[in-house]
Design a protein around this ligand. Structure first.
Ligand code: SF4
Length: 382
């Protein structure tokens, strides 16, 4: 795997409380002069403002002493990364292009009607090292891992835009939430950035803050087998596997990581995922590629492969991109494939392509917007 460029927050930079853990908040408070024995209590108060109310300013934090609020206003920040572009699809899907740092831009997508009410698909890296052949995102070189703060910022930006932070006057009942689920299925391989992903999940799931339960957070991997059980131990998140083939020869081609961790190793790791049960099933992602992986024999092979694993299968009609070597399977073929899985007792929804008009569909992230912006620049230059 390529050497990752670690993020390099300057130690002298103004501390940004949006994205910090409780301990980081306490440490930052001490660094601006709060007594060590009071820092934890103050951090708990700040936590509530930052992650429950989505505060972007210290001034309204009414239970924090005025002089401390003033000091925080001068010596600390509550900022989000810049939004470079924001689009809303005809079907309500929203996509944001976010600048985390100069030259470090990534996309995230909100999809209404997925999960309990709506799911936010977040990125864990900018670019990817894995080059899955059906994935446009994978054609973009890895820029770097995102930090936990940058992952949490994606959720905060979405809640800003969906106007979903409660206020003192307007509490948010659980049933009124629009953003109920988080899926790590945007850019990158989350298990190559597990420390930051785990830290971000701790922040997002904390009941005093954003409070999205770990059961509603799904982490999708292309199959980094040795880290799969560790993901479960450290995060309690739901597991998704980007599977796409039922034999090693084809999977080596579609998901080259399979050469390193073939199906046998992958499935041994999946079976070791903590807490698997019918209430905690593994989601298998299977992209439907015409004439490649879509025969009824493959559907039956998939049933055999999944034997004994509590599973559901998401069938994803392939979203073509310029120069992609594949076509999407015919609709009847996808339905026949799904029927074999359903008959064997597996839920196997066919994922409706979402946000195609704004290039937010599965596997289309980032590179397309980069291309579009590049051609817009070229046009402007002309
Ligand atoms: S499918 Fe995921 S792991 Fe594979 S290239 Fe695309 S972003 Fe990377």
């Amino acid at each position: 795997m390529a050497t990752l460029i670690a993020s390099d927050p300057s130690p002298t930079a103004t501390p940004n409380f949006a994205g910090m853990t409780r301990q980081e908040m306490a440490d930052a408070l001490v660094s601006i002069g709060v007594a060590a024995d009071k820092a934890r209590m103050r951090a708990d108060q700040l936590w509530r403002w930052v992650y429950h109310y989505g505060a972007r300013d210290f001034a309204p934090m009414s239970n924090i002493a005025k002089d401390l609020r003033a000091r925080l206003g001068q010596a600390a920040a509550l900022t989000r990364p810049d939004i470079v572009d924001r689009q809303i699809s005809r079907d309500g899907t929203r996509k944001w292009l976010v600048r985390f740092a100069p030259g470090v831009e990534g996309e995230m997508v909100f999809i209404p009607g997925v999960g309990r009410a709506g799911a936010l698909c977040v990125s864990s890296q900018v670019g990817c090292t894995l080059n899955c052949t059906f994935c446009h995102t994978g054609t973009q070189k890895l820029v770097r891992n995102l930090t936990a703060a940058e992952i949490v910022a994606q959720v905060m930006i979405a809640r800003d835009d969906l106007n979903e932070w409660p206020t003192l006057e307007r509490p948010l009942n659980d049933g009124d939430r629009v953003l109920t689920n988080i899926v790590f299925m945007g850019m990158g391989e989350p298990l190559y950035n597990l420390d930051e992903v785990a830290k971000a999940i701790d922040i997002i799931s904390d009941g005093d803050g954003i409070a999205i339960s770990r059961r509603r957070i799904t982490v999708s991997t292309a199959g980094v087998a040795p880290r799969i059980p560790e993901l479960g131990d450290r995060t309690g998140a739901m597991l998704a596997i980007s599977l796409h083939a039922t034999n090693d020869a084809l999977r080596n081609e579609l998901v080259p990581l399979n050469k390193k961790y073939p199906l046998e190793a992958l499935f041994a790791a999946i079976r070791a995922y903590p807490g698997l049960s019918n209430a905690k099933r593994v989601t298998f992602e299977y992209v439907m590629l015409k004439g490649v992986n879509d025969t009824l024999a493959e559907a039956k092979a998939l049933v055999r492969l999944l034997a004994g694993v509590p599973a559901k299968i998401n069938l994803i009609p392939f979203n073509p991109w310029p120069g992609s070597p594949y076509e999407c399977s015919d609709w009847e073929t996808i339905e026949a494939f799904a029927a074999v899985l359903n008959k064997a007792g597996y839920a196997s929804p066919i994922r409706t392509p979402r946000g195609r008009d704004i290039l937010a569909a599965c596997g289309q992230l980032r590179s397309e917007s980069v291309k579009i912006r590049a051609s817009a620049r070229a046009l402007a230059a002309e």
